[in-house]
Design a binder for this molecule. Structure first.
Ligand code: GAL
Length: 733
């Protein structure tokens, strides 16, 4: 049977440092850095001893991803080259290994080589150099299971079936014969059915029919199954597993349907970047992002803007029931013929890597926001449909009247805010689809971006600006919910991200997220969060820091309360409580309209006067007449304590990571939004800190990731001159 050996440790970087993968070639400051710092060639080297037990086996090193233009040599001879920075590649070592020590050398080139998508123009994101995903040493029989495409043709039928095409890898071109056994295993690890087939070529088809008791994969119950493929070819045995789900997914002229049922898509775009280490965080951080999107932000969809992302991220989307729009690398620019050829290959690599993920419901086969290019996009669509007839294609554009070669017109509609550019245009959240497509018919249609650069908002921006940020996200969502011809909307974007000088706020950040780079929510995050059902979680988030003079002129009105409650009660000081209901007039289509308390809802007396004493307040949410959640605001916040909150207190050994959030709190336990003081972060024991040791709080918080270096206790101590010290302990085991 095959073995998959962790190949992440013991790399010599640039001839001097011992490093572990995932690895970023250049650690960057939080902002205001020179992004050309990593735009050059870097070398990694790993020495290892060939195991005599590998004799007669096929041996490869599998790299999950490296940025970019990787070239791998064994003992000085090149074994493989791979340009694409977002997909895996294999360095086959069979027949080239020496007895004893071998040297594997990988060079990567972080310069933005214009021959490789997404490069050649300006792009609004960074492509941090490094072997930034995991690597594995795979030892198999000479003939082994290469890939499999698992399809579930009649997923909605009572008795279900599977058609799988298994691709055997036979690098030595041996005569192929033998048997293949495929087992269908459920989520509990129980084998429900098996079938076998004779091997007489490299492609083997297997079928299961008449399957009963199969659960559908759905967003609330993401049931997963595994096809375990075992082969015996006379030259050895091999086994590989392919996880999949039974579901149907279709974009129609009246919206998106999952398993035949209408589902309005509510999503955000995700870049795979993190502060300081760029792309180079592994499994736990990738999984955690999916959890944040599904469980914290309560989304049902994510777009992997603008490239294929880590399989750990996608696996977690499968497990959580988070739908995915995955797309090829690119940003506005289309290069010459060989660039386009490479882009077509990107389509192939993305689809053949990811075609079994039930979470992926559409392939993006256009360069994000590029102009029409008939021949090029005929090719990308044709290939996508050939490789995967079960999924529709989209191609993200911002241009109107664009040639529709895809199945779904996927549109970045940045109309909201354009009225500020003059003219008589009224404030418009989204355009009707036919105004955008220019077509005489309705087509499957989805909004893939809005917000972003139209209203950049920092987590430490004035409350009023943040309230407007919230409002814009709500308005677009409301419009998408209200238009049956729109499958849904995916906002720009989930997390703030580092970018080139040509974009963002000049500080190398696009402050476009509903969360900051540490994944700490801004108010706008609650525009999404509050759309969940109270049975999932009761949400009550007033869009205010509760200060008399933070807004222009003063006061906190209009006060938007993002909530899924039926009613909200406000008690100001010792005044009589007053109840308010959601503003369904302004937001008729949202699952949960916010409550908006305006001046006209209050008497002159209640409005109070500038210069009077500012009071505490209590806001209580009611469902079916019962109080379900309360938020207290105090009128005199004072810096009181430091909070240190790791995502997990138990982590894996050697290289596992977890995020640790640090917050300055007032005496009531609320974050102090304008507390900017520095904190010192020390990590001791079996882990190291990623990023600097002295950092300012931004909007009252900061964060960092720690990475285990072995086994045992880990101590994190955070200190600030005024707030003292806070310590937490974790364990790597
Ligand atoms: C879009 C683009 C995104 C991002 C966004 C900023 O045009 O597709 O990648 O740049 O604008 O709002």
């Amino acid at each position: 049977m095959r073995s998959l050996i962790d190949f992440n440790s013991g790399w010599l970087f640039e001839g001097k440092d011992q490093v572990r993968l995932p690895h970023t070639a250049v650690e960057l400051p939080f902002n205001y850095f020179d992004e050309t710092a990593y735009q050059r060639v870097f070398t990694y080297e790993k020495r290892f001893t060939a195991d005599p037990a590998w004799a007669g086996k096929d041996v490869s090193v599998v790299f999950d991803g490296a940025m970019a233009n990787a070239k791998v040599s064994l003992n000085g001879s090149e074994v493989v080259a791979h340009k694409d920075g977002y997909t895996p590649f294999e360095a086959r070592l069979t027949g080239k290994l020496k007895d004893g020590e071998n040297v594997l050398t990988v060079t990567i080139d972080g310069s933005e080589n214009p021959d490789i998508p997404p490069f050649g123009g300006q792009i609004d994101y960074l492509t941090y150099a490094g072997i930034y995903r995991e690597a594995w040493l795979r030892v198999t029989a000479p003939v082994f299971v290469g890939n499999a495409k698992v399809e579930t043709p009649d997923a909605l039928a009572a008795r279900k079936s599977i058609r799988a095409r298994i691709d055997l890898a036979n690098p030595q071109d041996l005569p192929l014969s033998g048997t293949l056994v495929a087992a269908l295993v459920d989520g509990d690890g129980k084998t429900i059915a098996t079938t076998d087939a004779a091997i007489n070529g490299s492609l083997v088809d297997v079928a299961f029919d008449d399957l009963s008791g199969i659960a559908l994969w759905d967003i609330d119950n993401p049931a997963l199954y595994t096809l375990v493929v075992m082969i015996d070819t006379g030259v050895g045995r091999d086994e590989a597993s392919f996880r999949f789900g039974f579901r149907t997914a279709e974009f129609t002229t009246d919206g998106f349907k999952l398993n035949g049922k209408a589902l309005k898509l509510r999503g955000l775009n995700r870049h795979q970047s993190f502060p300081y280490v760029g792309y180079a965080l592994g499994k736990s951080a990738q999984e955690r992002d999916a959890e944040i999107l599904k469980r914290e932000l309560k989304l049902n969809m994510v777009r992997t803007s603008h490239y294929p992302q880590s399989h750990y991220f996608l696996d977690r989307c499968d497990e959580l029931g988070l739908l995915v729009f995955e797309e090829i690398p690119g940003w506005q620019h289309i290069g010459g013929e060989s660039w386009k050829d490479e882009s077509v290959e990107n389509v192939r690599r993305m689809i053949t890597r990811d075609w079994n993920h039930p979470s992926i419901v559409i392939w993006g086969v256009r360069i994000n926001e590029s102009q029409d290019d008939h021949d090029f996009y005929v090719r990308t669509n044709k290939l996508a449909h050939e490789l995967d007839p079960t999924r529709q294609t989209g191609g993200v554009r911002y241009i109107t009247d664009s040639e529709l070669l895809e199945d779904v017109y996927t549109m970045n509609d940045f109309i909201l805010g354009l009225e500020e550019w003059g003219g008589n245009r009224p404030r418009t959240p989204l355009r009707p689809q036919q105004e955008v497509t220019g077509l005489d018919r309705v087509v499957p249609y989805m909004i893939t971006e809005y917000g972003g650069h139209m209203y950049p908002t920092k987590s430490w921006d004035q409350e009023q600006r943040q309230a407007e940020h919230v409002l814009r996200h709500l308005e677009v969502m409301n419009a998408a919910y209200g238009d049956p011809q729109i499958a849904g909307c995916i906002g720009w974007c989930a997390f703030d991200y580092n970018t080139h000088k040509d974009f963002g706020s000049g500080d190398r950040i696009c402050h476009h997220g509903v969360m900051d780079m540490f994944r700490e929510p801004k108010f706008a995050a609650y525009a999404y969060i509050s759309q969940c059902e109270p049975s999932d979680e009761v949400i009550l988030k007033p869009v205010t820091f509760w200060a008399r003079g933070e807004r222009n002129i003063g006061g906190v009105l209009p006060l938007m309360i993002l909530t899924n409650c039926d009613e909200v009660e406000l008690t100001y000081g010792s005044n009589t409580p007053k109840r308010f209901t959601p503003d369904r007039k302004a937001f008729p289509h949202l699952p949960h309209a916010p409550v908006v308390i305006k001046r006209e809802h209050l008497t002159d007396e209640e409005l109070g006067l500038w210069g009077m004493s500012w009071e505490d307040a209590t806001i209580t949410g009611y469902i079916a007449g019962k109080p379900v959640k309360t938020v207290n605001f105090i009128a005199d916040p004072i810096a009181h304590a430091l909070e240190v909150a790791p995502d997990a207190t138990e982590i894996g050994t050697e290289g596992d990571t977890t995020r640790v959030m640090i917050r300055a709190l007032d005496q009531s336990g609320k974050k102090l939004p304008f507390f900017p003081e520095p904190v010192a972060i020390e990590v001791s024991g079996a882990a190291e800190r990623l990023g600097p040791g002295i950092v300012p709080l931004r909007a009252g918080s900061t964060g960092f990731w720690l990475r285990s270096t072995g086994k045992g206790p880990i101590t994190v101590t955070v200190s600030n001159e005024r707030l003292g010290r806070a310590t937490v302990t974790l364990t790597a085991s």
